[in-house]
Design a binder for this molecule. Sequence first.
Ligand code: SAM
Length: 246
Amino acid sequence: MTENKQKSAIRPTDPAPGGSPHELDWLDGDIPRSRLFDDTYYSRHGGLAETGHVFIGWSGAGRRWRSGSDCTIAELGFGAGMNFLETVRQWRAQRQGAARLHYVSFEAYPMSRDDLARTLAPWPELRDLAPLLVEAWEPEAPVIDIAFVPDVRLCVHFADANARLPSLPLLADAWYLDGFAPARNPQMWSEELMREVFAHTAPGGAFATYTAAGWVRRNLEKAGFEVSREKGFAGKREMLRGVRPL
Ligand SMILES: C[S@@+](CC[C@H](N)C(=O)[O-])C[C@H]1O[C@@H](n2cnc3c(N)ncnc32)[C@H](O)[C@@H]1O
């Protein structure tokens, strides 16, 4: 994508972050699609398997908890919490010793509780965890900060990541960059925000994302990450991961 196209892309300014519930259409009955961004929340072919491949796998988070280390994961775009719940599911099955999980995410246009429940309902794998999230969901608050299950702390900031991240004392081991397609939501992939992501990554920590867009890769490189192209999930040729050098 060229810089010009980036600038002329639709920049959603309404509703205001934290304002009225995000308006959705439903594809095939249960896949939410944002009207504001004209994009779906997850790939109809991927779902949880894509979370495992792209985010848990390539960010190094899984490797970390399998080695018995505590893990702080940060995410741009909490959405319906599918990445979060799948992360907790895999963490519970795989973690060694007493390794703890801290998950911090940002969501500027939160779903209503009913839409969250509807999005999560079709996933049998999440049957025991999804109701806990629905119960805790309070998008009117500025932030949710809870002990989700023992040894898992969940913190969701209901704010524009561009505004909230810079002031947070956060150092993540792994970042999931999941803010809708870059062409439809360029402010979630800007050089400024990627610099903030880098500044909030522990040395040796990593990000993973499904996109392989050239301008996003360049923004991440300019921010300081050592970026590589990896095999994408299923039909997707490439995705990106990057490491903050030690
Ligand atoms: C692809 S969805 C995320 C899916 C989610 N990770 C999941 O597992 O369900 C992208 C999310 O980014 C949110 N978003 C878009 N722009 C944002 C911004 N500037 N700050 C915070 N969140 C934003 C959208 O409202 C949407 O929920």
